[in-house]
Ligand binder design. Structure first.
Ligand SMILES: Nc1ncnc2c1ncn2[C@@H]1O[C@H](COP(=O)(O)OP(=O)(O)O)[C@@H](O)[C@H]1O
Ligand SMILES: [Mg+2]
Length: 386
């Protein structure tokens, strides 16, 4: 008890001296990372690498991304490893705040700097001709990858579109940046064609409109069109349908799936909605408090959910034809990201604890070649190499 009190105290009542010390230390650490990123001339050999499997577009390998804040270091992503195979959809699921967006922002190098920094690990990206390690890539090198080879669809299309420019101008700009040789008329033609492709009937009209003249679903379609304009190898969709109503949501997801096959790219689909994942994903990654607790093919994770957190998530979804008095909710809340426990992060909320649970954070146990779970309930299974 006494220890617990001390902990709360140290978190909520930082002395001025302590806070100054943290700020000074943060400045020193983040300046070092920033200097590395902002270099202008970096030999290619520094960031060229080899993929573990050439069929993967992206491989996250023990990625650690931290935020150095004035009250302490937030380990937003804490040792995440998973692959996105070519032509497949990988769903990343978990409660709000578990590090899904930070994982994707690390891949795009769009973290809020200077406090947000990738501190260790690798993100290997295969652009078809070579493999690069994004974590070692200087910022200047990212400009050709972002929007061209990897593109991102955000949750709220209104904040991603510029309100003072017409849709057409914003779409043409993507070609201006990434496909130099096109004439003005060609750019317009390509943009209108893209708008048609994402199911906008009045595409010439929409080309001349401002974002505020469109509905939420239409804006999200425009965002998808923009994301697809350079035929990227990877589309990151971060909660692409959360701001939309259910019928539009289904249409947009359908569209995304069709278009992905047309241009043969992969999707990293981030959402807290298991229904969306079940409909779209080939592989599922379940995250909790910055770590992956379970991953496998969609059939494995939905058919044989094994981590108590995954089971809890599945139970907290309403099911048609099943009458319940009260919908299940996982008890407790996510631990404080600044002072994570040194045992399993889910233990304090877990209803299936076993003897070993007080021990160090569990390693990943292998249930099948593709199905891994970090839980002591499977301690008799083979340990997966990190
Ligand atoms: N700019 C930031 N500064 C400090 N902490 C941040 C920042 N952005 C995200 N975080 C922290 O990182 C963790 C993961 O956030 P995020 O990846 O956005 O969650 P989600 O899974 O909902 O997308 C959260 O604990 C959040 O508080
Ligand atoms: Mg998010």
């Amino acid at each position: 008890m006494a220890k617990e009190q001390k902990k709360t105290k140290s978190l909520n009542y930082l002395s001025v001296r302590e806070s100054r010390r943290i700020t000074r230390e943060n400045r020193r650490v983040t300046a070092r990372f920033d200097k590395q990123l902002k270099r202008k001339y970096v030999p290619e050999s520094e960031y060229l690498t080899q993929m573990k499997d050439p069929n993967n577009v992206v491989e996250f390998d023990d990625l650690h991304t931290h935020f150095f804040t004035d009250i302490g270091t937030v380990r937003a992503v804490d040792g995440v490893s998973f692959d996105v195979p070519r032509g497949k959809t990988v769903g990343v699921v978990g409660e709000s705040g578990c590090g899904k967006s930070v994982t994707s922002l690390s891949l795009m190098q769009l973290l809020q700097r200077p406090q947000g920094q990738i501190v260790s690990g690798a993100i290997r990206f295969n652009d078809g001709t070579r493999a690069v390690d994004i974590t070692k890539m200087p910022l200047v090198g990212m400009q050709s990858i972002r929007g061209g080879q990897i593109s991102m669809i955000f949750q709220e299309p209104m904040t991603s579109l510029n309100p003072v420019f017409r849709i057409g101008k914003q779409m043409d700009e993507v070609f201006e940046l990434h496909e130099k040789g096109l004439s003005k008329a060609e750019r317009k033609e390509r943009s209108i064609e893209l708008l048609k492709m994402v199911g906008i009937a009045n595409s010439e009209g929409v080309y001349r409109m401002y974002p505020h003249e469109l509905s939420g679903g239409m804006r999200q379609r425009v965002m998808i069109a923009m994301a697809l304009s350079c035929k990227p190898s990877l589309i990151i969709a971060d909660e692409p349908t959360t701001a939309l109503d259910v019928t539009i949501q289904a249409q947009i997801l359908d569209q995304l799936r069709q278009l992905k096959d047309q241009i043969n790219s992969s999707i990293m689909l981030i959402t807290h909605d298991l229904g969306v994942i079940a409909e779209m994903a080939d592989y599922v990654v379940v995250m909790y408090a910055g770590k992956i607790v379970e991953k496998g093919t969609a059939v494995e994770v939905f058919g044989n959910p094994s981590h108590p957190y995954t089971i809890g998530l599945l139970n907290s979804k309403p099911v048609v034809n099943k009458k319940v008095d009260r919908l299940y909710s996982i008890p407790g809340k996510v631990p404080n990201p600044i002072e994570m426990p040194d045992y399993c992060y889910f233990k304090d909320r877990c209803e299936m604890t076993v003897e070993g649970c007080g021990g160090p954070y569990p390693c990943q146990y292998r249930l099948s070649p593709t199905h891994l779970v970090s839980c002591y309930r499977f301690a008799d299974k083979e340990v997966a190499a990190q």
